[in-house]
Design a protein around this ligand. Sequence first.
Ligand code: FES
Length: 363
Amino acid sequence: MAQDDNGGIELAETSSTALEEHGLGDGRIGDPGTAVVLDDAPVNPGFPEHRLRITDRDPKHNRRAERTVYTLFYLSIAGSVWAIAAYLAFPIESGKISDLRLSTMLIGLGMVLALLGIGIGAIHWSKQIMADKEGIDIRHPVRGTDDTRERSIEIFEQANEESGFGRRTLIRNSLIGALVAFPLPAVVLFRGLAPQNEDPVKDLKHTMWKAGMRLTKDPTGLPIKASDVTLGSVFHVIPEGLDDTDDVLDEKAKAAVLLMRLKPEDLHVSKGRENWNYDGIVAYSKICTHVGCPVALYEQQTHHLLCPCHQSQFDITHEARVIFGPASRPLPQLPITVDDEGYLVARSDFHEPVGPSFWERNS
Ligand code: FES
């Protein structure tokens, strides 16, 4: 009963006093609105009997648990190294989807091993080796007195002593090693995202679109006839010959386009852009001008394009101007027309850089 500071015995005593005041100390119900039936008072079950773990009783098991813990931490280090090695040994520069999948899978395996090694090792350490005492912490004000602070330092030192963090050097060092090694794959992987050339602006300023290049469906690469694009339909488009480029993924990331057909009278076309659409068919960059997510949600009724990342919305009837969200400029338009066979082709590259604006500020 003393284990419960606020409930249990104190509550029962208060109720008993109240009942005696009302002359109902014998457990009978007097006033049904306020009476408390003591017979039904919950009983504090207390703590179950403490049982020593096998690692507390047998030093052999304790040593085995210790070995398991540092082995898991070393496995974590191996996982981190594996992830880096997989990234270097299985490059994705070919742009082939099969290479991308293999690289992603092997890097993922390494990172899973690294995370699980640390996680399971830490749990095993705390459950099998650290001190297994049960105690009661009485609640107290949040701001501790100086005495409390001193006491907390003592507790830290006690925890250090009981967990063996300072004493069990193999476990401690392997854990530190695992924690240091774990972020390394991220450093190497993010480095790979950096532009390969000295002048990234030059790289990003142009896409592979050029005059006469056919618009094809993503991912089949089949050319699109203007007559296939019905009113209200939308096509995800890539340039013809994309698969033959040296860097398919990079080129696709810049040149991806969305194609839609509206009634020509619904389009508000500015001066100089009169021939950029073909009979109401318009093509816009699919790369959001905020931070580059694919803008892939088309609302047929309103003719709005929605970017799912931060909800920027672009109005296709007004040359994809921004009507909501953090994007600061319209989606670049790809000028299009048809060739002799009726297939849709580009008139030129985009007339402005696609994607986020941050890198073109100084150009
Ligand atoms: S990337 Fe499109 S709104 Fe942020």
